[in-house]
Write a protein that binds this ligand. Sequence first.
Ligand SMILES: Nc1ncnc2c1ncn2[C@@H]1O[C@H](COP(=O)(O)O)[C@@H](OP(=O)(O)O)[C@H]1O
Ligand SMILES: [Mg+2]
Length: 255
Amino acid sequence: MRSDYSGSGLHGSGFSDAELAARIAEGAGEILLGVRHGDLLSGRHLGDVGDTMAQAWIASVLARHRPADAVLSEEAADVGDRATAERVWIIDPLDGTRQFASGSDEWAVHVALTEGGKITHAAVSLPAKGRVFRSDTVETTTGPLSGRLATSRYASYEVSWVSRELKLNPIPIGSAGAKAMAVVTGEADAYVHAGGQYEWDNCAPVGVALAAGLHCSRLDGTPIVYNQPYPYMPDFVICRSELREDMLASLAEIW
Ligand SMILES: Nc1ncnc2c1ncn2[C@@H]1O[C@H](COP(=O)(O)O)[C@@H](OP(=O)(O)O)[C@H]1O
Ligand SMILES: [Mg+2]
């Protein structure tokens, strides 16, 4: 998952792509923790301020350190021309805005670099848990299966089906990043999503999960390709490689 940045000394950034992704995920997390400081803001207002401030900081950092790259973010118009750019950063400055605003720990910052539609570096921070996961340092997920399936609060038909067929106990977790990292840490064996999401919701989580040796694909088993003209990525599965065959066979019965 490495690629050497050959940007010709632009602004003299001394950070590799991997380091930059991790620092952005961690730094935006610190800003978001600051936004929640002291219970001075609450509810939707708190979520809006979090989205805005994390986005502004990330945009400034990327503009300074990687001015030639394009950026796709949940919270802003595209930077650069994604159709022609080889290098595109895909960012969710605050995934799990609702959980963030309600005081929960289940929210994340997603930072991924894609090149030709493939993820080359990714970082996901879970700031309220003090964790940063990076594709260049994450350990391979091993150990016994937990028998658990990470799900959204409202499970889709596909999720209920897989849970029943594979005998996985559904555990609701907020934020796509937090759910994916639960599979990376072994807390859950799989995260299955159907019914809609955008590339920023799952790109960095999938990048870290792939680097941890997990199976990641669309529900029909095909690879996930990023930086599409319309960045909708509505369904995918992240699971332990031991479950891959049973998972895809079970999904094939309904998908
Ligand atoms: N059906 C759907 N359509 C679009 N986005 C969805 C979605 N279901 C979940 N998401 C997005 O996926 C992220 C994780 O959601 P959840 O925790 O409910 O599974 C959230 O991102 P944001 O918080 O960045 O908006 C949420 O908006
Ligand atoms: Mg999101």
